[in-house]
Every structure is written in C-alpha cells, then in structure tokens.
Design a protein around this ligand. Structure first.
Ligand SMILES: Cc1ncc(COP(=O)(O)O)c(C=O)c1O
Length: 392
C-alpha cells in the first residue's frame, strides 16, 4: 500500500545538478551561493535584506536577539504554532505570553491581542499558521501604539499575500524555514527578512559568533587577518551546498504555490458535503485555473501559501480513532499543533495550564492535517477523500 505523508520535499534533476556543481566549487560554505540565495530571497519577498541561517529556529533566535529583548521582557505569540516560535524568545530570557486564536483565521485574535499588549511587551510574534497570512497592518498599528517590535513567523507562508501586501511589508523581521515539508527546502535552513539596516547588521554578527573583520565596526588595522568579536553570537551558518539547493528550488516557487492552492481547491470541493468536517478558512480560489495559469497577474489579492490543509472534526468524532484509521489506510495525517502553553516545559516554568486558551485547545482537540504537497496527484487526493468518506 502506497503511504501518503502529510508533507514532503520535491527534488528535481535541476536541484541535484545545482548541488553537485556547488560541491565542485572551492567554497562549500561561506562562499558565493549564500549571497546569491539571500539576494533572490530578498527580491522575491520584497525586502531590502535577507540573512540565511542553519534552520528556521536559529533565524527566530537571531530575530528575537536583534530586537534586544532580554531577561524579564515579554513577548506575545499564538498557542497554535510550533514550539520554536516561542522557544526562541526564551533563549533570550524573555517571558512568553499567549493570545488565543481567532476561529475565522486560525491565527492570533487581533482584538484580543490589542487588549493583551502591555508596557512589558517588547515583541509581538504573529504566525501565519498553515500559510494563512495575518492582517499585519493591524498588528503593526498595535505594535506602534505600544512601542513593540514585530517578528512575523512565516515558516508556513512564503509568498502569502494579504490585500496584495507581501509578508515583509509591516514586520520588522520576517522569518522563513526551509525544512523539507516546507514550500522550498535546503534540507535544514531558514532566513530572516528585514528592511532595517541596523537589524540586518545584528543578524549578520549573530550568525557567526559575533565576529567581524569590518573596519567600519572594529576600526582600521594594519594586519589583514585581524578580526574582533564585538558581541556574543553563535555558529548558525548554512552551507553553500544548501543554498545552491535553495536557489534552485526558489526558481519554482510560483508553481509550488499554485499547485498547493490547486490541491486546496480540490479538497474544498470534494469535502464540502461531509457534515462532520469543518474546512479551513479559504479565500476565493476561482483564480486557480490551469488555462489561465502562467500569467502571474492572475494571483489574487489574498493568497494562502497552504503549507498545511487543516480540517476540524466534529466534537462527536473520536479524533484518535480517525487518526489511527487514516494511518492504517496509508494516509499519514498529522496534528498541528499541541498548543504551546500546554507543553510540559511551559506549564512547569511559566504556570500555564489547560483551559487558559480554550479556543486554541478546542482547535487542537479537533484538528487533523491532510496531505498537502505539490506532487500530490489527483489520484492521491481522491484516495484521501474516499478513505475519509468511508470512516465511521
Ligand atoms: C511556525 C514555525 N515556526 C518555526 C519553525 C522552525 O523552523 P525549523 O524547523 O526550520 O527550525 C517551524 C518548523 O516547523 C514552524 O512550523
């Protein structure tokens, strides 16, 4: 029986050739592919700068660090995200605060966010869960009123559009992940996008031990080998081999986003009459049309990047039974996510408990992520849907 995962990478011959040719270069790390990938990412995402990292979590750590958040400061994020969105704030000694989700978007509830922000809040970290972009103009207004930085976690949402706005427009720092289940992959990898030169300089230092040779920072030296360490940093570098793969994958990003939306449109149509399933919030997908495609002007004002396709089961359905049934039938559905405030570490160290964010908890209890990746065939989709229909 063919197993269908919830997500997986797509590696083409071009990708493989790009990697092989970089392996033959003198520099397989700290070489020219790093800057090339960064320039391409910045251009595609509409930001002045991109800094690539060894993974998305390192990118988040660098982003929090760049804001200057430190011991005792607070940051606010959503409970429905991967732990890394909040963990990276903890690395800087900050205190995690959560705001419940909005069931019409599955993202942080912006009205509740407005009420929750306080003088102690240094950073707001919205997450575009499943690829659904956040109303960042609103988040920016709230941040500006309260003097906060905004880190937009777009690990799920490269290329997403909200009212035509790219993911970098309103955030101080936007992060991406290139893990294999994501839209484009470098094996492991991540990036921070920013328009702010000062933040950019901090990201560069943080990525490589806080060490620099830049005479503008350490002054002019007679000796060409002299470097200095001006802040505490890490080794969060990514290799040229990985960036060669990233550059090659990024060439296909428009096709990837199109295909993910096409799959979402199919699921929306094929699952709509199952009364025990709630479909994810969706924009109008009528623009998805193979005949018109190739003309990128067809992209709509609002674009979900569809990293995931999360369905919610009715309260009467035994979710564990459904999960096991799907796996027994070769459909490797997954659950995203156990709310961060209910993770043991957060309960023990920050006093969170079940019941603190009831909407996120209800969401988690009913959520199942169906297979969603560009090489999923029509036949695969039909199989997923038929198996779902035979449940009970
Ligand atoms: C929302 C979110 N943020 C951050 C990350 C961390 O990215 P990485 O796995 O590249 O460290 C992930 C990874 O899955 C994620 O889903």
């Amino acid at each position: 029986m063919k197993k269908i995962p919830y997500g997986c990478q797509n590696i083409t011959e071009d990708d493989i050739n790009a990697v092989i040719s970089t392996l033959k270069n003198p520099n397989i790390t700290q070489g020219p592919k790093i800057g090339e990938f960064e320039n391409k990412l910045a251009k595609y995402n509409g930001s002045k700068y991109a800094v690539v990292f060894s993974n998305g979590t390192a990118a988040l750590h660098a982003a929090y660090n760049a804001t200057g958040i430190t011991d005792g400061d607070e940051f606010i994020t959503t409970p429905i995200t991967f732990a890394a969105s909040a963990n990276a704030g903890l690395y800087c000694g900050a205190i995690p605060k959560f705001v419940d989700i909005d069931m019409s978007t599955y993202n942080i509830d912006i009205k509740k966010l407005e009420l929750a922000v306080s003088k102690k809040t240094k950073v707001i970290t919205p997450v575009a869960y499943f690829g659904n972009p956040v109303n960042m103009k609103k988040v920016r207004e709230i941040a500006d009123k309260n003097g906060c930085y905004v880190i937009y976690d777009c690990a799920h949402a490269i290329g997403a559009l909200y009212n035509k706005d790219k993911i970098t427009k309103y955030a101080d720092l936007t992060i991406l992940s290139f893990h294999p289940v994501k839209h484009i992959t470098t094996g492991e990898g991540g990036a921070v996008l920013t328009n702010d030169e000062n933040l950019y300089k901090k990201l560069i230092l943080f990525r490589s031990h806080g060490i620099t040779k830049d005479p503008a920072i350490i002054g002019k030296n007679k000796e060409p080998w002299v470097y200095d360490m001006v802040t505490l940093g890490y080794n969060y570098r990514i290799t040229d081999i990985q960036c060669a793969l990233g550059c090659s994958q990024l060439e296909r990003i428009d096709t990837i986003l199109y295909l993910r939306n096409k799959i979402a449109k199919k699921y929306n149509e094929m699952l709509k009459n199952i009364d025990w399933i709630t479909l994810p919030p969706s924009y109008d997908l009528n623009w998805v049309d193979d005949e018109k495609y190739n003309n990128l002007k067809n992209y709509p004002e609002f674009l979900n990047s569809y990293h995931l396709y999360p369905i919610l089961l009715d309260k009467t359905i035994d979710r564990e039974k459904f999960y096991n049934y799907m796996h027994e039938n070769g459909i490797l559905v997954q659950i995203h996510y156990k709310p961060v405030h209910t993770l043991g570490y957060y309960k023990e160290n920050f006093g969170y408990k079940k019941g603190d964010f009831p909407i996120a908890e209800d969401f988690y209890n009913r959520e199942v992520s169906l297979p969603m990746f560009p090489t999923l065939t029509d036949e695969d989709i039909k199989r997923v849907v038929d198996i779902i229909k035979n449940f009970k």
